[in-house]
Design a protein around this ligand. Structure first.
Ligand code: ADP
Length: 219
């Protein structure tokens, strides 16, 4: 099933790899905040896997799977996650909300482990990894508890789940940094103000050749 959907994304849309940057960081590091702002800028499209999961109808099988895994602070299985992304991206392309030839994808929350990164390699080219670094785990937990109250997030509600999510990040997600290598990596101190973090991301983006090319297009 995954292979059929994956085939359709690359083949139907001309087989070009999609240009993307990845925001990587522990839960609570500020990926969603930065992704949402960047997504407001013309020629950027913010794709948050967590948001797409949260929008699922909870009566569906996939919606139930999401609840089952996320409430324990675990990742949804890779095949399901990639399959959802591939079909969601196909819809976004078909409805012209995201234009792969002129938009840069801002990936937030996906890929979340090396296996997912490998699966996405055939469709997407990651030009830069913004690593929002926050070694202070207590600060991350504090941000998640605050978010649980404001956004009613089940997965941020208990200390056990919070610790599990941070552990999952350390064990499964952080190795992605080595997978993409130091050339594509940009470390940013996530304990700075959100405006300062944004400033540093934008500063680096200006230097990216892929961004300069897209920004120079007259559309
Ligand atoms: P945060 O922003 O706090 O890091 P997200 O909103 O990205 O968290 O994700 C919430 C939950 O959704 C995760 O804990 C996980 O269960 C599920 N999820 C999101 N993205 C992925 C992914 N790429 N692979 C597997 N599960 C995912």
């Amino acid at each position: 099933m995954f292979h059929i959907a994956a085939y359709s994304m690359s083949e139907q849309k001309g087989n070009l790899k999609k240009t993307a940057v990845l925001i990587l960081g522990a839960p609570g590091a500020g990926k969603g905040t930065q992704g949402a702002v960047l997504g407001k800028i013309p020629r950027f499209y913010h794709y948050s896997s967590g948001d797409v999961f949260r929008q699922l109808d909870t009566r569906t099988e996939l919606g139930q799977k999401f609840i089952e895994y996320s409430k324990r602070g675990e990742l949804v299985p890779d095949e399901l996650t990639i399959q959802l992304m591939v079909s969601h991206m196909d819809d976004l392309v078909t409805t012209h909300q995201y234009k792969p030839d002129v938009d840069i994808l801002v990936l937030d929350g996906i890929p979340r482990n090396v296996d997912q990164a490998k699966m996405l390699d055939q469709h997407i080219e990651i030009h830069q990894v913004f690593h929002l670094s926050c070694p202070d785990r207590e600060e991350l937990a504090r941000r998640m508890r605050k978010r649980a109250l404001k956004e009613q997030r089940l997965d941020d509600a208990s200390d056990v789940v919070i610790q599990n999510r941070i552990r999952t990040y350390e064990e499964s997600t952080k190795p992605i940094l080595d997978y993409y290598g130091s050339d594509r990596r940009c470390d940013i101190d996530a304990t700075q103000s959100p405006a300062r973090v944004l400033y540093e991301i934008l500063e680096r983006l200006q230097e990216l050749e892929s961004y300069q090319q897209i920004a120079s297009l007259t559309i």
